[in-house]
Design a protein around this ligand. Structure first.
Ligand SMILES: *Cc1c(COP(=O)(O)O)cnc(C)c1O
Length: 233
C-alpha cells in the first residue's frame, strides 16, 4: 500500500500526542526568549479506560476531566495502577462534590467563588491532602460561563490567602467560542503576572499554539488527542 492509503486512518492518541509536541515546538520557536516546558493535559472526558490506557502505557501522566462523578467512575482504578498520574478538574465544582474532588484530583483548575475556596480549605484540612488550585477567570465576562470576573481576581486571591490559608497556584480560562482567543490569553497572562502566579492553563485543541505564544504553561487538549468525543461517557 502507498502512504496515501493510510491517510484516512485516524492516528491513535499516542501518535497524536507526538504531533501536538511537534506543533508546540514550532509555535515556541517563534518566541525569542527561553520558554518553560509546556504540560499537555489530556482531556479524557467521555472517553473510557480503553482510550486512556495507551497514553498511560506510553508514559503520559497529565489528564483532565470536567465532571467529578464521571472521573470517580474511571480514575481511582487507573490511579491505583499508575501512581504518579496528575489528574486535573477542569469543569465547574459544586459544593456537594468538594469532598470527592479533594480526594481524587491533584489539581482543581476551576476555583471561582469564596464559598468553594472555604470548602476546599476545610476539606483539605480534614483529608490532610494538598490539592493545587487555579482560579478560573471568565475573561469574556460571559453570563452563562463559570469563572470569576477579571476585576475580582486580585481581591479573591488575597481573600483565599488571608481568610482561608489557601495558596493559589495559577489561573485558567476558556475564551468565548465566537471571539479570537489571543486577547483573552493575554488578559489572563497579565492578571497572573501582577499576582506573581506561574501556572497558566489556557489553550485547547483549536488554539493551543496561540496560547503558548502568550505564556500558557498548561494546555488542555481533548479532540486533537482522542478524536471526537462520544455522546455519552
Ligand atoms: C473539553 C474541554 C477541553 C478540551 O477541548 P478540545 O477542544 O476537545 O481540545 C479543554 N478545556 C475544558 C475546560 C474542557 O471542558
Amino acid at each position: 500500500m502507498s502512504d496515501a492509503d493510510h491517510c484516512d486512518i485516524p492516528a491513535g492518541p499516542v501518535a497524536n500526542l507526538a504531533k501536538i509536541r511537534d506543533a508546540l515546538d514550532k509555535a515556541m520557536a517563534h518566541n525569542n526568549g527561553v520558554s518553560p516546558p509546556i504540560t499537555i493535559t489530556a482531556v479524557s472526558k467521555k472517553h473510557g479506560p480503553d482510550r486512556i490506557l495507551p497514553l498511560l502505557e506510553a508514559g503520559h501522566r497529565d489528564f483532565g476531566e470536567n465532571r467529578v462523578q464521571e472521573a470517580l467512575g474511571k480514575w481511582p482504578a487507573l490511579k491505583a495502577r499508575y501512581g504518579d498520574v496528575e489528574l486535573r478538574l477542569i469543569g465547574p465544582l459544586q459544593s456537594n462534590k468538594v469532598r470527592d474532588a479533594v480526594g481524587l484530583f491533584d489539581v482543581i483548575e476551576t476555583v471561582d467563588r469564596p464559598k468553594i475556596a472555604r470548602l476546599l480549605a476545610e476539606e483539605m484540612r480534614l483529608q490532610n491532602r494538598r490539592v493545587a488550585l487555579l482560579v478560573q477567570v471568565n475573561t469574556g465576562e460571559e453570563p452563562q460561563k463559570a469563572g470569576m470576573a477579571p476585576g475580582d481576581v486580585d481581591a479573591f486571591i488575597n481573600l483565599c490567602k488571608d481568610q482561608y490559608g489557601l495558596t493559589i497556584d495559577g489561573l485558567m480560562c476558556i475564551p468565548p467560542a465566537d471571539q479570537a482567543p489571543a486577547p483573552h490569553f493575554a488578559l489572563l497572562a497579565k492578571i497572573a503576572a501582577r499576582n506573581g502566579l506561574e501556572t497558566l492553563s489556557m489553550g485547547m485543541s483549536a488554539d493551543y499554539e496561540t496560547a503558548v505564544q502568550l505564556g500558557a504553561t498548561h494546555i488542555r487538549v481533548g479532540t486533537q488527542l482522542f478524536g471526537a468525543r462520544p455522546d455519552s461517557p
